[in-house]
Design a protein around this ligand. Structure first.
Ligand code: NAP
Ligand code: GDD
Length: 338
């Protein structure tokens, strides 16, 4: 049995990664969860239905990236062979409101986890994956790959850059099997509701079903290289199965503007976004990343990784999911009123 430890298992990527690993009978999966006043396990509840063995192969542990002692305790208890560091305050706009907290969890949190892994690595081999981000490229002109100089434009991006370099330094200083995956934006029906793709697919479908009248947005001109989260967690796993540790860009190699996203999502429900979208500066950022476009050649050539879902397929998948959800909500409210 391989034993994987995932920080951020309750998030979008953590849930897809856990699902991917549990579909393989040779994996036991351990996830870190944070204590909160209400349970936040919607993205992983369904995993227990994969097959009866999951009850013995999926384990959750309370810990926090801000708390070094909890990380050391879980590491010692689980003794994983693979560690995936996906936990983060991952919202770029929010990182301007909470820069110190973001730096602590995203930057120092990675270092705390690396230290716990280094300690365990002295008695058994451990492979480490760091969830780095295309945000680190910031204002560097596209296309971006690992030869592109970083120019971060948010507290979140600066913190991710710190975690990226710490990961590389632990590999070079201690010979650890540590990889940094520089992933471009990836989305899914499990995407958090305040990220732009999900905000748009939820907005368009709720407007279609009469549950919402308008959609208030920020900068429509920025461009992103959007892929499907299910494809991207496969790349994380492939990095840790390689013979030698290395860093990779994971992207589709295509970029689209927020405006194109709106056009597509609204057209899928036969609406014109111009009739519903309004601007509010509250949704802009003090410094913006204008264009992200990744070059995934290295991941394709060295790992054999390729994305299976394209931009249109991704947004269609999200719109279909959210339309179904909006219809259920409308039926429920009609039923309550009758
Ligand atoms: P997400 O949905 O926001 O999930 C973040 C996860 O981190 C959640 O499980 C959250 O737990 C957990 N977390 C937050 N603060 C924590 C703390 N102090 N200690 C331990 N866990 C904590 O993010 P995602 O989209 O899955 O992204 C996964 C990782 O990839 C993140 O590191 C993100 O920055 C990075 N990344 C994402 C993308 C993308 O486009 N999705 C691209 C590049 C890099 P709760 O459920 O309790 O809040
Ligand atoms: N969230 C949001 N809400 N973004 C908006 C809105 C809005 O109402 N209106 C326009 N945008 C623009 C943002 O200004 C940004 O240029 C773009 O849409 C994408 O925003 P997000 O979906 O919030 O993602 P992000 O690119 O800032 O960050 C995501 O991708 C990174 C990888 O590049 C996050 O998942 C990060 O955690 C990740 O590292």
């Amino acid at each position: 049995m391989k034993r994987a430890l995932i920080t951020g298992i309750t998030g979008q990527d953590g849930s897809y990664l856990a699902e991917f690993l549990l579909a393989r009978p040779d994996y036991e999966v351990h996830g870190l969860v944070r204590r909160s006043s209400s349970l936040n396990r919607q993205r992983i509840d369904h995993l227990f239905a994969i097959d009866p063995s999951v009850h013995d192969r999926l384990h959750l542990h309370y810990a926090d990236l801000a708390d070094a002692s909890s990380l050391a305790m879980v590491m010692e208890k689980v003794r994983p062979s693979e560690v995936y560091n996906l936990g983060a305050q991952s919202h770029v706009r929010v990182s301007f409101d909470q820069p110190l907290y973001t730096a602590d969890v995203v930057g120092s949190g990675t270092l705390r986890l690396l230290e716990a892994v280094r300690h365990l690595n002295q008695s058994q081999p451990v492979r480490f994956y760091q969830a780095s981000s295309s945000e680190m490229f910031g204002s560097a002109p596209p296309p971006q790959d690992l030869n592109t100089p970083f120019h971060p434009r948010s507290p979140y991006a600066c913190a991710k850059l710190y975690g990226h370099w710490q990961t590389i330094n632990y590999r070079e200083a201690y010979g650890m099997f540590a990889c940094s995956g520089v992933l471009f934006n990836h989305e899914s029906p499990r995407r958090g509701e305040s990220f732009v793709t999900r905000k748009v697919t939820l907005g368009a479908t709720r407007i279609k079903e009469g549950l919402q009248k308008k959609l208030v947005m920020g900068n429509l001109d920025s461009k992103r290289d959007w892929g499907f989260a299910g494809d991207y967690v496969r790349a994380m796993w492939m990095m840790l199965q390689a013979e030698t540790p290395d860093d990779y860009v994971v992207a589709t190699g295509e970029t689209h503007s927020v405006r194109e996203l709106l056009e597509l999502a609204f057209s899928l429900v036969d609406l014109d976004y111009h009739d519903y979208v309004e601007f509010d500066p509250r949704y802009t950022r003090p410094s913006e990343v204008d264009v992200l476009l990744g070059d995934p050649t290295k991941a394709r050539e060295a790992l054999g990784w390729r994305p299976e879902v394209d931009f249109r397929g991704l947004i269609t998948m999200m719109v279909e999911h959210d339309l179904e959800q909006a219809r259920r909500e409308r039926f429920a409210s009609t039923y309550r009123k009758s």
